[in-house]
Design a protein around this ligand. Structure first.
Ligand code: MLT
Ligand code: ZN
Length: 486
């Protein structure tokens, strides 16, 4: 095809993949969404990105920006009508959108992975969009600084993808999500212009803060090519503990106690269901950190410039005296620390049950004091409609972000589950809105939620978002069929 040949003559063979080589870029990591693309285009610089965007704009070809493709909502793969196993069936209602058969390319940012500069005196690091979260953490650490955001996919997830979904992870309670860690951005706009907003200012009240439009936009407004990220002081003393808890009703009290007794040293407080913990230990042949656990554990991590063992011990002792913690294992060696966080990193049902892709996956945040009550409400709805399914809630207690999954765990449960899945989703979504929550806390809307997200916000808010989209991408070529409701 002449269009692809033109790109190849500009970017070289390594810059344009076609045929079977494109397969890993066309399906998301959960295996829920598979799309089609003319080519996977891999620019090596912002200039090459401009060339590609201009060519697509001229030819009316859609652009699907992609980082590490670890997204959980199908935002980083192209759409093909009716091809996903997880999205609601495509209804062809997209009067506001491009035709789903519009050809697209995947714009993979993986070759733009340079650490451009680390500036410890400014407490910043400047990186290209394709740099992995782990490479940013390592480069910061080499200059005695710390990059705060962290989650299991750190070795593959990229800065551009994380910005585009406003990713969060385990450390949000202390360092915030990506939005809180981005100081400046460079983006290639839908018409090929480059916006250089690479500022390293902590304060800047000079009008609309446009970088925030691109954070969480899932590539629907332009392509993020570089970012200035904020760094923090290092915390050489890190220690975690796994505690078996008496139930979810005391979760907030436990968080408050941790905050009171350990101050700003709490970097993570994660809910872990014991059924998942056991399964991960079995899968990786790991010794179980606690022999006796009830239904849930929490994993708490303190990190500081000073030793934290005493404070961690005192917090656990007090929580245990109050009857909120039944038993606890404190990591005293590096191996134990790593083991606890390996268990956490592997806790997603997508790693544990093959049937996960038929399930209902949630990335909800509710006002933090309602975390336990929301969990119980979803479980009640699930028990009512899908009594054979597993209700599996885990995640980020410290910021109110619950990953609740309702899923079949055996093949013979799949058909009865699918028969009620739509109703289950609807009832859970209604409950989420009634709790004042969001369906997307850190995974984005992508393809997964765009048919479900509309009731969450007032009509005027969607109209404003659509106006922004129309202003920045009047041709509608940037990641169509994502983020905005049809
Ligand atoms: C996590 O916190 O482990 C992820 O967001 C993964 C998931 O929700 O499955
Ligand atoms: Zn998460």
């Amino acid at each position: 095809m002449a269009f692809v040949a033109g790109l190849r003559s500009n970017l070289g063979a390594a810059g344009v993949l076609t045929g079977p080589d494109t397969a890993p870029y066309l399906t998301d990591q959960r295996g829920s969404f598979t799309g089609e693309a003319l080519a996977v285009v891999r620019p090596a610089s912002a200039d090459e990105t401009v060339t590609v965007v201009r060519a697509c704009a001229a030819a009316g070809i859609a652009i699907v920006p992609q980082g590490g493709n670890t997204g959980m909502s199908g935002g980083s793969v192209p759409t093909v009508a009716g091809r996903s196993t997880d999205a609601l069936p495509h209804t062809g209602r997209d009067g506001d959108d491009r035709d789903p058969s519009t050809p697209s390319i995947v714009l993979s940012m993986g070759r733009m992975n340079r650490i451009v500069s680390v500036d410890p005196d400014r407490w910043t690091i400047t990186v290209e969009a394709g740099a992995t979260i782990e490479s940013v953490q390592q480069a910061a650490s080499a200059t005695n600084r710390l990059f705060g955001p962290d989650w299991g996919a750190r070795g593959i997830a990229t800065v551009g993808g994380a910005i585009s979904t406003d990713a969060g992870g385990n450390n949000v309670v202390r360092y915030g999500n990506m939005r809180d860690n981005v100081l400046g951005l460079e983006a290639v706009l839908a018409d090929g212009q480059v916006w250089d907003g690479l500022r390293a200012l902590r304060k800047d009240s000079s009008g609309y803060d446009l970088k925030h439009l691109f954070i969480g936009a899932e590539g629907t407004l332009g392509v993020v090519t570089q970012a200035v990220l904020r760094l923090h002081p290092t915390t050489p003393h890190i220690q975690s503990a796994l505690a078996s808890i008496s139930g979810l009703d005391r979760l907030m009290a436990l968080l408050e106690l941790a905050m009171d007794r350990c101050g700003g040293d709490v970097t993570a407080l994660e809910l872990m269901p014991v059924v998942g913990l056991e399964r991960v230990c079995e899968k990786f042949d790991l010794a179980r950190p606690l022999v006796t656990c009830e239904e849930f554990c929490v994993l708490v991590r303190l990190a500081s410039a000073e030793p934290v063992a005493e404070r961690l011990g005192a917090f656990l002792a007090e929580a245990s005296e109050r009857g909120w913690v039944r038993d606890a294992a404190v990591a005293v060696t590096e191996e134990q620390e790593t083991r606890l966080w390996t268990i956490r990193d592997e806790l997603s049902p997508m790693f544990l049950w093959e049937q996960h892709k038929h399930g209902v996956k949630l990335d909800t945040a509710v006002p933090i004091d309602l975390f336990g009550a929301y969990h119980d409400e979803v479980r009640r709805i699930a028990a009512d409609l899908a009594p054979g399914a597993l209700s599996y809630g885990f995640g980020h207690v410290g910021d109110g972000n619950l990953h609740m999954y309702v899923l079949p765990t055996r093949d013979d449960q799949v058909a009865p589950f699918l028969a009620v899945r739509d109703e289950l989703r609807e009832r859970i979504d209604e409950a989420t809105f009634a709790f004042g929550g969001t369906l997307s806390a850190e995974h984005g809307i992508g393809q997964l939620l765009r048919d479900r997200i509309r009731p969450q916000k007032p009509a005027v808010e969607w109209e404003l978002m659509q106006a922004v989209k129309n202003a920045l991408d009047p041709q509608g070529i940037m990641n169509p069929h994502k983020t905005l409701p049809p």
